[in-house]
Design a protein around this ligand. Structure first.
Ligand code: T4K
Length: 367
């Protein structure tokens, strides 16, 4: 059997580089609760990502839950069902009601459909920069300003992406980033909230540390979502190499685009105008009629060759067992169609030219 290829493979620094970084922890015995490596990584990331304020948290999901919690929202939040479970769960776990808006052909929220979903209960919009494809941030801000809504971006996939030279996480009232092992930049598990309003800073800190304000004062009901020093050390190391990793990813994407460009029924997303991409994922859309095989069959053919592409995101969130009795996924037909036809191909910096060739050969030969 040929070598097994999974949808992604974590980027890691050299073993010695990481152990050298964590040596400091043995000197100080300071393992977590906002240590010096956490502070170092935060300062470096703020600069790299071109964001005014940020906090680092234990994972992306809790970063999103906390970003929502600091805004004191109520009622309904407009979002999309073409995403990972985390986006919707973070809304629901904050006691809010998700209202699903359809997406455009690139998987991001259809800004032309947002206004018709706004009611007197709407308090925010939570769009997703899915696969690192950016939403129409300008139009979304106009709508939010007109209706006095907060905007929180799920930017889990958009580490390092810039739009018109501005860090993508600097748009909206806040953006959440994920630094999970499977992401372009990882801290093993990890995440961040990026924001403008300095008032959020203390609140995020308190919410991520049980609401503890000082040794003798606990004012709010918080959780524990602090990034520890081992995570931060992984981040410090990975940040040194991330530009090189993104450059290598770019080459993988260019090869995929070249190899797959003339296959009837297989399409992919092109570069977006004014966007510096991070090449986080390589989703293809399978048109069953033209290709002669549906997305699931293609996934099976690849799996038979030991290649494990993934159906990100199938089922769409509104079809999950926990939501399907409340929502109807056919109300968002484009999201539903994408959920049924997208396959994300293996994508990581060291995937290698031969492996991309092998994957594309199978897609061309359909066997
Ligand atoms: N919002 C959005 C839009 C998201 O996509 C996510 C996470 C979040 C919010 C929440 O952020 P976090 O709380 O996770 O920071 C993976 C990731 O676990 C998840 O972070 C990610 N989105 C989602 C799209 O993908 P699974 O269930 O597909 O992971 P898993 O374990 O099947 O791993 C996928 C592949 O990655 C494996 O086949 C091999 C590779 N891998 C995995 C791990 C765990 C590695 O190479 N090393 C590893 O350590 O969810």
């Amino acid at each position: 059997m040929e070598e097994r290829i999974l949808v992604t493979r974590s980027s890691m620094p050299d073993f010695d580089e990481y152990t050298n970084e964590i040596k400091k922890i043995w000197e100080t015995h300071w393992l977590t609760n906002h240590g010096t490596i956490y502070e170092e990584l935060k300062a470096e990331l703020k600069e790299y990502l071109k964001v005014p304020e940020m906090d680092l948290l234990v994972n992306g999901h809790l970063a999103l839950e906390i970003a929502i919690a600091v805004m004191n929202l109520s009622g309904e939040v407009i979002t999309t069902p073409f995403t990972f479970a985390s986006t919707t769960h973070a809304i629901v776990r904050n006691g809010l009601t998700p209202v699903f808006c359809d997406v455009k052909e690139n998987g991001t929220i259809d800004e032309d459909k947002i206004e018709s979903l706004i009611t007197d209960k709407t308090s925010a919009i939570i769009p997703v920069h899915v696969y690192g494809q950016i939403c129409n941030v300008e139009r979304i801000q106009e709508i939010a300003d007109k209706h006095h809504l907060k905007v929180i971006y799920d930017a889990a996939h958009a580490f390092g992406v810039t739009y018109k030279d501005k860090g993508i996480a600097s748009y909206g009232d806040a953006s959440m980033l994920s630094f999970h092992a499977t992401k372009v930049f990882n801290t093993i598990e990890g995440g961040a909230v990026c924001f403008h309003d300095k008032e959020y800073k203390k609140k995020i800190l308190d919410l991520s540390n049980f609401g503890i304000e000082s040794e003798e004062s606990v004012r709010i009901v918080g959780t524990n979502a602090k990034m520890n020093e081992f995570q931060a050390a992984m981040g410090v190391c990975n940040l040194r190499h991330v530009d090189g990793e993104i450059e290598k990813r770019k080459r993988v994407v260019e090869q995929y685009r070249e190899e797959l460009k003339e296959i009837d029924g297989i399409s992919y997303f092109e570069e977006q105008k004014d966007v510096k991409s991070n090449y986080a994922y390589f989703p293809i859309i399978v048109d069953q009629e033209k290709y002669g095989m549906d997305r699931n069959q293609l996934a099976d053919v690849l799996a038979a060759h030991n290649i494990f592409a993934r159906k990100y995101f199938y089922p769409i969130v509104s079809d999950y067992e926990c939501y399907k009795d409340t929502y109807c996924s056919t109300d968002t037909p484009c999201a539903k169609r994408m959920g049924d036809s997208v396959l994300t191909l293996p994508m990581y910096a060291d995937l290698g030219r031969e492996n991309v060739e092998r994957i594309c050969r199978i897609i061309k030969e359909k066997q």
